[in-house]
Ligand binder design. Structure first.
Ligand SMILES: [Zn+2]
Length: 59
């Protein structure tokens, strides 16, 4: 089992530019399948991830 520890005093590191991520930019992606958000580094603008929410009806 892997334990998760919530830390507010540490910032994650961007895997692309190795900068501390203090702020994440997000852009809305709209399609016929629903709304998603793409998250990217505020420093190098490389993509960190995409939300997996498929639509409002699926939560
Ligand atoms: Zn970066």
């Amino acid at each position: 089992m892997i334990q998760v520890e919530e830390r507010d005093d540490l910032n994650p590191i961007c895997p692309h530019c190795a900068a501390e991520i203090k702020r994440v930019f997000a852009r809305k992606l709209e399609s016929a399948f629903g709304v998603r958000f793409i998250y990217f580094c505020s420093s190098c603008k490389k993509t960190l991830g995409v939300s997996h929410r498929k639509g409002f009806w699926m939560g």
